[in-house]
Design a protein around this ligand. Structure first.
Ligand code: F6R
Length: 617
């Protein structure tokens, strides 16, 4: 939800740097963009609706050593140039970009309007620069009230090297932030001071430590071409930098915070499209390797966590969207393989489960980005009850990874397409591995998964994708599509619907096969495409019977199964991988969704109305 990048340092092409960096954050939102550069003529701002990918970085060549940029996913206020970030104060000197929501913006806006502030947008963000401006106006009076201590705490480091701003901009940002309610990350700059100031309460902000200066961004791809050394800003912290030194402090108390520099391992190359036209197809194909990487876990750690699940008084699995479907599949893994009951809830619904939680309970939070607001909220609820949290995440250094008591990384590498593909199968692989560890059969689980990875490697050949493309061609004009599954293929039917809906905009719905005759079968007409996800397991005959019921009403049956069946009008063959069947069965659907999007003229990497990282509740 919105991407932010700021740079301050010795380089004089800060405008170009932030535009290039922003292009690598576009997966976080892409309805509008904006750039602010501090130049000799003052702060120059350009913003517009549309995608940052269409903007030429060389349009921002004017000399500048301090700049910031924003790509937006609209929350408050429509998609208009006025609502695009950055937003500025009345005097045009305070400039701010935001990721998140200022929940009490209406009240602050009314208060500021009564003091004469004029607003030009309908966003919540615009109150921020105006309140900072107001705080700067009042600083003389407030400094006396708050005493010398706060002044000293505000930013002692660079103050010795840069002209001391007066009134103190960083202190004004801090005071303003203390009045905001909601989850947000902001970056601010001021026309008279060569500083970047940022604060976080909920939405991610990461500092990139480069040789020539500092970056502050929502995610590491924004600056990975300049540096792989990062410092993480935690909730309730702020940071101030002049490009030479940096000071982290507690937002509330102003107390200085020590930060470690951490080297991240994802290389810039890993997040490029390479030979593929879209990230989505590239990431689908990467499942040839990513499942084996997910399985490559520390054996002792997996065994300890398996024990923790067995010992816990109540294990709850939470996630959102596709990650939630991995959790649902895990319910079946733990039941069928380990005979152990766990509870699944979409993270956004977990609030009402708190009565079941005890200090002996365990929450398993599953997330690709590690920044999903609802999943973080579920973790907060569990922690408030003293329960422990295990995170299964992809993004290194993400909030969920850092806030959990135990973290397992799925090692899928950066996932840039909005539609999650390789992260899902990596999450399921790790959960399946844990299920085997729960019955003391971790080596068997590893072998099963490595064999599955090898089978996927063989399956994902050009002939296979071309065949699925022909099916996409055949059904691309259909307005509705239904997917059925049973057992662990039931959550995959739900996931299939998400994948098809979000990239192709075809109406797709997933059902438990047995539920059809209780209502949904009324929707089937002659020629309606219906996909049956079938395994070679104890429920195979049931789901085949459900497919026969659909065919009897005119359904055009596409079977995704290890073995052909007469009921299938089209058969997409998948390897027979026993307990890992859900992992392979979803892959042809990912390919089908991709080709449906492309054939219908949609951009599968950036579907409308969506963003990759959902940092608002
Ligand atoms: C769909 C999709 C979303 C995410 C969901 C959770 O393809 O990607 O449904 O799965 O927003 O995101 P993470 O996994 O980052 O917590």
């Amino acid at each position: 939800m919105c991407g932010i990048i700021g740079y301050v340092g010795r380089r004089t092409d800060a405008g170009v740097l932030v535009v290039e960096g922003l292009k690598r954050l576009e997966y976080r939102g892409y309805d509008s963009w904006g750039v602010a550069c501090k130049t000799e003529e003052g702060i120059v701002i350009r913003k517009d609706v549309g995608k940052i990918s269409a903007v030429n970085p060389s349009d921002f060549l004017q000399p500048s050593s301090l700049a910031m940029a924003h790509t937006r996913w609209a929350t408050h206020g429509g998609v208009t140039p006025e609502n695009a970030h950055p937003h500025v104060s009345c005097d045009g000197k305070v400039v701010v970009v935001l990721n998140g929501i200022i929940e009490n913006f209406e009240e602050l806006r009314a208060e500021l309007a009564a003091k004469g502030h004029r607003f030009v947008s309908t966003t919540d963000t615009e109150v921020i620069p105006h309140l900072i401006e107001e705080e700067m106006k009042n600083e003389g009076q407030r400094t006396e009230d708050l005493g010398q201590r706060e002044k000293e705490n505000a930013f002692p480091g660079p103050r010795s090297q840069v002209p001391s701003p007066s009134p103190d901009f960083a202190a004004a940002v801090r005071r303003a932030c203390l009045r905001f309610e909601g989850r947000f990350g902001i970056v601010a700059m001021h026309a008279d001071v060569p500083l970047l100031v940022a604060a976080r309460t909920g939405s991610p902000l990461i500092v990139g430590v480069a040789e020539d200066g500092y970056f502050i961004a929502s995610d590491t791809p924004a600056f990975i071409r300049s540096t792989a050394t990062v410092q993480y800003l935690d909730d309730g912290e702020m940071v101030v930098t002049d490009g030479q030194s940096i000071l982290f402090s507690d937002l509330r108390t102003g107390e200085e915070r020590e930060k470690r520099e951490i080297a991240i391992t994802w290389s810039a190359a890993e997040s490029q499209k390479g030979e593929y036209e879209h990230y989505m197809l590239k990431e689908i194909m990467e499942q040839k390797q990513s499942i084996a990487r997910a399985v490559n876990q520390d054996i002792d750690q997996i065994e300890t966590l398996a024990r923790a699940i067995l010992d816990a008084q109540g294990t709850f699995l939470v996630g959102c969207g596709t990650a939630a479907k991995a959790c649902m599949a895990a319910e079946y893994f733990f039941s069928v393989i380990a005979g152990h009951h766990v509870n699944f809830a979409p993270a956004s619904e977990f609030k009402l489960y708190h009565r079941f939680l005890k200090p002996e309970s365990l929450l398993i939070a599953v997330s690709q980005s590690g920044e999903t607001a609802d999943t973080l909220e579920a973790m907060k609820i569990a922690k408030s009850k003293g329960a422990k949290v295990l995170a299964i995440v992809n993004a290194e250094g993400s909030s969920i990874a850092r806030e959990a008591d135990y973290t397992l990384h799925i090692n899928a590498g950066p996932e840039r397409a909005v539609a999650s593909t390789k992260a899902l199968t990596g999450q399921m692989a790790v959960l399946l591995l844990i299920a085997y560890a729960m019955i003391g059969k971790l080596p068997k689980g590893r072998t099963r998964l490595l064999e599955t990875a090898a089978a996927i490697n063989d399956m994902l050949n050009p002939r296979y994708t071309e065949f699925i493309e022909t099916i996409a061609e055949r059904i691309q004009q259909s307005s509705d599509l239904y997917i059925i599954g049973k057992g662990w293929n039931y959550p995959m039917a739900l996931e299939s619907a998400i994948k098809i809906q979000e990239v192709s905009y075809v109406h797709a719905e997933g059902f438990a096969g047995g539920e059809l005759k209780h209502g949904p079968i009324a929707l089937i007409e002659k020629g309606t495409p219906c996909i049956a996800l079938v395994g070679n397991d104890e429920v195979r005959t049931d789901i085949v019977s459900n497919a026969i019921e659909l065919k009897a009403r005119g359904g055009f049956i596409i079977g995704i199964a290890p073995a052909r069946n007469d009921v299938f009008d089209e058969w997409i063959k998948v390897p027979d991988v026993d307990t890992a069947q859900a992992i392979v069965n979803i892959i042809p659907i990912q390919i089908l969704a991709y080709f449906l999007a492309v054939k219908r003229g949609k951009d599968p990497d950036m579907p409308r109305n969506l963003a990759k990282s959902v940092t608002v509740k």
